[in-house]
Design a protein around this ligand. Structure first.
Ligand SMILES: NC(=O)c1ccc[n+]([C@@H]2O[C@H](COP(=O)([O-])OP(=O)(O)OC[C@H]3O[C@@H](n4cnc5c(N)ncnc54)[C@H](O)[C@@H]3O)[C@@H](O)[C@H]2O)c1
Length: 329
């Protein structure tokens, strides 16, 4: 099969492209480079520069490259920005997906479609210390999370109407890098936010230490981007093997790590000893969000292999490449 990877010049998308190529799948990247970096695309993989909103351009890419499957990662992903710019997020994430699905069905090219969803679809699940399963009610708390849930509905409805095999992968907290050049360049997740503070020789921030968790700080499920990329390869193969499938899967490790626990490991692994400063809770931050990874294991035969130490050390190498001031740490 030949896969069109939208957003393939992005942080996660580039890891998916590399994993696909290493698994012997043909890949073509489609990306508007709004946050993507062309150098992340491996040699020999074609890069088509365009927006998923441009249905005609997507349709041409689908037919010109003989595409038979799509992995759709292209999206805007900043939760706070989505609160300020909901129309932009609905346009890019929902209308962009609709235009892409229309191009896929109109050209009759792809038979499989893998969609990047997010744990943000769950919002603040009231599971207490229980794991979040795919049956946990979805109550997104931001326009970003809403666009991902609406995206799942759109993908599933299109699959039912047209026979397209579909999978929505709900990523938990993604971290790490396969190699420094592929690292996340944004500072919107915990690991780079802590790196930024350490580089400034400032204490990292913890938002709330009075949650009902073992050390009082929020507990999350961190997943190495290399494991996440392998989950896409497994999902792509599962769809190919069984036409007409409709999968919704959590992609996490099924293991929680507290914010304080992550900061301790980051300090230890980067040679720092900066005690965190405790700030007030942020509104809407749930105490505990940890995936049940059982369904992904059963449906895909996939399981995460990397722990948080691998995530931190590989992300730190990428951070140091971008921020020479951090090398002395
Ligand atoms: N990073 C995370 O922690 C996380 C967690 C859950 C879900 N996700 C989802 O994973 C996907 C990839 O996220 P990422 O972290 O790699 O982000 P990223 O910003 O690095 O990558 C997004 C890519 O999509 C491209 N893009 C954006 N809008 C486009 C458009 N209209 N047309 C074509 N290309 C477009 C960008 O140029 C970029 O290359 C997104 O769908 C995101 O919502 C990310």
């Amino acid at each position: 099969m030949t896969w069109l990877i939208t957003g393939g010049a992005g942080y996660i998308g580039a890891h998916v492209v590399h994993a696909m190529a290493e698994a012997g799948e043909r890949a073509v990247v489609y990306d508007d480079l709004s946050s993507g970096i062309p150098d992340r695309v491996p040699d020999g993989v074609p890069l088509v520069v365009g927006s998923v909103l441009d249905g005609e351009r997507v349709a041409r890419a689908l037919t010109d490259h003989g595409i038979t499957g799509v992995v759709h990662l292209a999206a805007k992903k900043q939760v706070a920005e989505s609160v300020e710019r909901p129309l932009h997020y609905y346009r890019e994430n929902v209308e962009g997906l609709r235009a892409l699905l229309e191009a896929v069905t109109a050209t009759g090219t792809a038979s499989s479609f893998v969609f990047s969803s997010s744990a943000a679809v769950y919002g603040a699940p009231s599971t207490g210390a229980e794991l979040v399963t795919e049956e946990t009610p979805c109550r997104p708390m931001s326009p970003y999370g809403e666009t991902k849930l609406a995206g799942e509905w759109l993908v599933r409805a299109t699959g039912r109407a047209t026979g397209l095999s579909t999978a929505s992968l709900r990523y938990f907290n993604v971290a790490g890098a396969a190699r420094p050049e592929l690292a996340d360049t944004g500072v919107s997740n915990l690991v780079p936010m802590v790196f930024e503070k350490l580089t400034e020789n400032a204490p990292p921030l913890v938002f709330g230490d009075d949650y009902p968790t073992p050390d009082g700080t929020c507990v999350r499920d961190y997943i190495h981007v290399v494991d996440l990329a392998e989950a896409h390869v497994a999902a792509a193969r599962a769809l190919r093997a069984a036409p007409g499938r409709d999968l919704t899967l959590n992609i996490g490790r099924g293991e929680g790590v507290s914010v304080r626990g992550m900061i301790d490991r980051i300090n230890a692994l980067t040679g720092h000893a900066l005690a965190p400063t405790v700030a007030p809770r942020r509104p809407g931050d749930p105490a505990n969000v940890v995936a049940s990874a059982d369904r992904a294991a059963a449906e895909l035969g996939w399981k995460a292999r990397h722990g948080v130490d691998d995530m931190i050390t590989s992300a730190w190498a990428g951070w140091q490449r971008l921020h020479p001031a951090a090398r002395g740490g």
